[in-house]
Unconditional design. Structure first.
Ligand code: SF4
Length: 343
């Protein structure tokens, strides 16, 4: 099954460092939004970590500085990305933008801030050569992205592990929802495997972790990483709102409302919604253990390890991305031991 935005025909790519920067808003300006994971050379090599910047932020910085003609939208959801943005050299200044993502969950404040940021982002996109969108154009792209997200959310009950991670990553790359056809229920797919959730920061679908878990006898039935299922709530129910958009209720306001209602992330204060979102799915999918995955130096996720253990009462394995690759064997052994202990 493929829901495709392949008719997208633009060469002007805009890489975003957070799934909460609305791709449909960028697309409505005639530009191609893509997750920063798809930026040329992203993740190819990681230098020594300096100035307290995690590898994800460091790679984002490199993408902004070295790729040919990249436009990169950073976000303020953590200090490390903010620092990476501050470190960008002057040459990339007109092609980079810092989107202020509200961390408070107070609806009135958040909506106002997000709305203002959409306006600023729109101006930046026009500066890149984008078009000023009409309400009709915005409605079209909001609808397309909403349908793709809904399709992927529904598929979370049918697809597991790397397959599902790839499908969601592809959506963040080109807006499409493509999944292998299957009518095999999740229950039958996971028979004989240990049901795991992977929760945490940005995790590439090409990361060896997916195979390490499968080889150990585990099956990832919940992908709660940054670009995984957790990122797909945005845009829920938006199309109706756009169809009724009027001069009194200008269309970007509904994007702001959607962020307020559907953002689920570790940086939110308080971040109770993250725990509620996880609790519902951990229960429904009968998860036996949690793999908490984060980049080395990511304080936001590190701080949640103990709370997650206590709140969910499930065994939890905390893994930090190995920057040198020398710890791959150790990671494999730890995953094997974790899965064995659960069976
Ligand atoms: S991985 Fe953690 S430290 Fe790095 S940018 Fe994301 S939230 Fe920030």
């Amino acid at each position: 099954m493929v829901i495709s935005n392949s008719h997208i025909n633009t060469s002007a790519e805009v890489f975003v460092a957070s799934p909460w920067i609305p791709a449909e808003w960028i697309r409505a300006h005639g530009l191609q939004p893509r997750a920063i994971l798809f930026a040329p050379g992203f993740g190819a090599e990681v230098g020594p970590l300096g100035a307290g910047i995690c590898a994800f932020a460091q790679n984002s910085l490199r993408a902004a500085e070295t790729a040919a003609q990249p436009a990169v939208v950073f976000s303020t959801h953590c200090d490390q990305l903010r620092r990476a943005f501050d470190a960008i050299g002057p040459g990339a200044g007109t092609r980079t933008f810092l989107f202020n993502i509200p961390v408070t969950t107070r609806a009135s404040v958040t909506e106002k801030l997000f709305h203002a940021e959409l306006g600023r982002l729109g101006k930046f996109l026009l500066g890149l050569g984008g078009r000023n969108p009409t309400a009709k154009v915005v409605a079209r792209w909001v609808d397309e992205f909403s349908v793709a997200r809904r399709c992927l959310r529904d598929a979370a009950n049918l697809h597991v592990g790397r397959d599902y991670a790839r499908a969601v990553a592809r959506f963040h790359g080109d807006g499409s929802a493509g999944l292998p056809l299957t009518d095999l229920p999740l229950e039958r797919k996971v028979t004989g495997s240990t049901r795991l959730a992977v929760v945490g920061g940005p995790l590439s679908p090409d990361d060896p972790l997916w195979d390490q878990i499968e080889d150990a006898g585990g099956c990832v039935v919940l992908n709660g990483t940054e670009w995984g299922e957790r990122s797909l709530g945005f845009g829920t129910g938006l199309h109706d709102a756009y169809e009724t958009a009027s001069a009194e209720a200008p269309f970007p306001a509904t994007l702001s409302q959607s962020f307020v209602e559907h953002c689920v992330d570790v940086f939110q204060r308080p971040n109770q919604r993250l725990y509620d979102w996880l609790a519902e799915r951990l229960r429904a999918r009968r998860v036996q253990g949690i793999v908490l995955w984060s980049y080395f130096g990511c304080d936001l996720w590190r701080a949640e390890a103990q709370t997650m253990r206590e709140k969910f009462g499930l065994p939890l394995l905390w893994l930090e991305a190995d920057e040198s690759g020398s710890g791959a064997e150790r990671q494999t052994n730890r995953i094997q031991a974790f899965v064995e202990a659960l069976t």
